[in-house]
Write a protein that binds this ligand. Structure first.
Ligand code: CTP
Ligand code: MG
Length: 555
């Protein structure tokens, strides 16, 4: 019962601020009765893309009157939704009810002529407002109501969690604090749509779609924006018309390797974004990576962007993660908690290197949930068996087929609480035979490692690849040691009970909040010692160390 209450609480919480795409105004409700369960990711993305196409991004003086601003814009048509946020100044996202309102607005906008700058004759949907008559009267200056686009600091989160009444509530509160908001999700799709306008200079029918944590349900406010330049809709690419005797002459001139095509496309788009992309700064072309990309910062939104092309397998893994996250609310909550815990202890990092990535961690959580008894989520092989003809997908020889219709997926009844799951997750990986076994969510069971990487997590679709190839032994050891410590901490009654009354600003960190405090035992110096001893020995000595520390008189 407790577990069901928690699930209900989380569901209720996430509906209000649901990131993904799921609950859009107007789109939600009536038409959702056609199919059982949540919408598929592609349906949700289509809704969000449609909203983005009808939206503009406007830089506003902070003294603008909201009322006058809306009246001014509504001359071009009805407004569906608007909100303000702050990022190097105040911006407004405005979604019109109709696309022709955007065209009308752009027609009325001037391309500025400034002596010391060269303007490009391109009317983007990133605008700047300099209409002084829209300023709020000096007597009434509350400022525009800005929606936060960043999350709270770890210390504030610890305080916030300490005021909750149970570990399950703490996990719910963490998820609620970190998940993308409705507004942030809209902004991500708008940035993709604005960039599509730039890329359309070369490929008029292209689409730019977000993938990864911006849409898979596991994104935290402030996460990067992974984008995929999709050329599949361009006629001739995937489309086989009846023979007319005509074919289009448009081909690579010097090579026919697909990788080279991707590199060339990204190279020209990268140049274009660098020279003409409004608000895009620090453009880097990283074309020799396994997955070539263009990286840049989009200043008006504050997003760090990675633009890729021909990356359809990543789109599939995004869809898979989204599906798992929607199957049971405990999945998202556990992933958010483990990701936050990992970041707090430096297990993951924003700098590329030998660290475990968020994607690897997510797959580890999914694997753990498949191993529960009864399992909380099905294996990928099971999802493939449930797939219908419309789900069939083979990309570059890889079988990417799995069921996307929620009504076909029956779950087993498992009532584990989030507190139980979190403790058992740490115990599971504290004891996992990483040296011999590989993590495999396709089969839902560990398999002998095919190669000697310290951490082996099979890529769910490109099965010969290891998702965590970059991870070195010391990073894996740190992860294991932290799992041991956190498993132990969660078993201590001192950790599990709230001290100080709730609502009290000085509540002592307890429960999940304790696990986010700096580790007492896993430091740089301790690493060598951990390597030499067996797992059970390590846990024993860890217990001793922690007991001694806790018994020290408090000053
Ligand atoms: N991906 C993959 N294989 C990898 C790495 C990434 O298939 N070895 C795909 C996954 O779908 C992943 C997406 O690319 O979600 C984006 O990768 P990344 O930005 O590294 O991870 P995110 O899930 O977006 O997480 P983060 O919030 O850390 O950006
Ligand atoms: Mg990402």
């Amino acid at each position: 019962v407790k577990c069901l209450n928690t699930i209900e609480t989380i569901l209720r919480r996430s509906v209000g601020t649901e990131p993904v795409v799921a609950h859009t105004e107007g789109a939600q409700g009536d038409d959702s009765g056609e199919k059982d369960g949540p919408k598929s990711l592609s349906e949700l993305m289509a809704d969000r893309q449609e909203q983005a196409e009808k939206s503009v991004l406007i830089s506003c003086p902070s003294r603008t009157s909201e009322k006058k601003f809306l009246k001014f814009l509504s001359k071009h048509g009805d407004i569906n939704k608007h909100f303000f946020y702050e990022s190097y100044g105040v911006y407004a996202v405005v979604e019109f009810a109709r696309r022709d309102s955007v065209a009308s607005l752009l027609e009325s906008a001037a391309i500025p002529s400034v002596n010391h700058e060269c303007m490009v004759p391109f009317k983007s949907r990133l605008l700047s407002l300099s209409n002084h008559s829209l300023a709020a009267p000096p007597a009434q200056q509350p400022g525009l109501p800005c929606r936060p686009q960043a999350t709270v600091s770890i210390n504030e989160l610890i305080q916030r969690l300490s005021r909750e009444d149970s570990v399950d509530d703490q996990i719910g509160a963490l998820t609620e604090t970190y998940q993308l908001t409705e507004e942030n999700s809209r902004l991500r799709f708008l940035v993709c749509s604005l960039l599509k306008d730039v890329a359309a200079a070369y490929f008029p029918e292209c689409t730019i779609r977000p993938f990864g944590s911006s849409v898979n349900g596991f994104g935290k406010l402030g996460c990067d924006l992974d984008m995929f330049l999709d050329l599949d809709n361009i006629s001739g690419w995937n489309f086989k018309p009846p023979k007319s005797g005509l074919s289009l002459e448009y081909q690579m001139k010097r090579t026919n390797s697909e990788r080279h095509v991707t590199q060339s496309i990204l190279s020209v788009i990268g140049e274009c974004v660098d020279h003409f992309g409004p608000g895009c700064v620090g453009v880097q072309k990283i074309l020799n990576a396994r997955c070539p990309l263009v990286r840049f910062a989009h200043q008006p939104s504050g997003f760090q962007c990675d633009l890729t092309a021909n990356n359809r397998v990543a789109m599939k893994s995004t869809e898979l993660l989204y599906l798992y996250g929607e199957l049971d609310p405990r999945v998202r909550s556990l992933v958010f908690t483990v990701r936050c815990w990992a970041r707090a202890h430096g297990v993951t990092s924003s700098i590329p290197g030998a660290w475990i990535t968020n994607f690897s961690l997510t797959v580890m959580v999914l694997f753990f949930l498949q191993k529960r008894s009864p399992p909380i989520i099905p294996t990928l092989d099971r999802l493939r068996d449930l797939a219908g003809p419309a789900d069939e997908s083979v990309i570059e020889g890889n079988d990417c087929t799995f069921a996307t219709d929620f009504s076909k997926i029956q779950l087993q009844s498992n009532t584990d609480t989030l507190e139980q799951l979190l403790g058992d997750f740490f115990e599971f990986y504290a004891m996992f035979p990483f040296s011999r076994m590989s993590i495999n969510i396709r089969k839902g069971r560990e398999q002998n490692k095919p190669e000697m990487a310290p951490l082996h997590i099979q890529n769910p679709f490109e099965t010969s690849l290891n998702v965590s190839k970059n991870v070195n032994t010391s990073q894996l050891d740190r992860f294991v040691a932290l799992c041991q410590e956190s498993a132990w901490l969660l078993q201590q009654s001192e950790t599990r009970t709230q001290r100080g009354s709730s609502g009290n600003r000085t509540t002592t960190p307890w429960g999940l909040a304790t696990l986010l405090l700096p580790s007492k035992v896993v430091g740089i110096k301790g690493r060598k010692k951990y390597k030499k001893e067996g797992a059970s020995e390590r846990i024993k000595s860890l217990l001793e160390t922690l007991k001694n520390k806790n018994e020290e008189p408090k000053s």
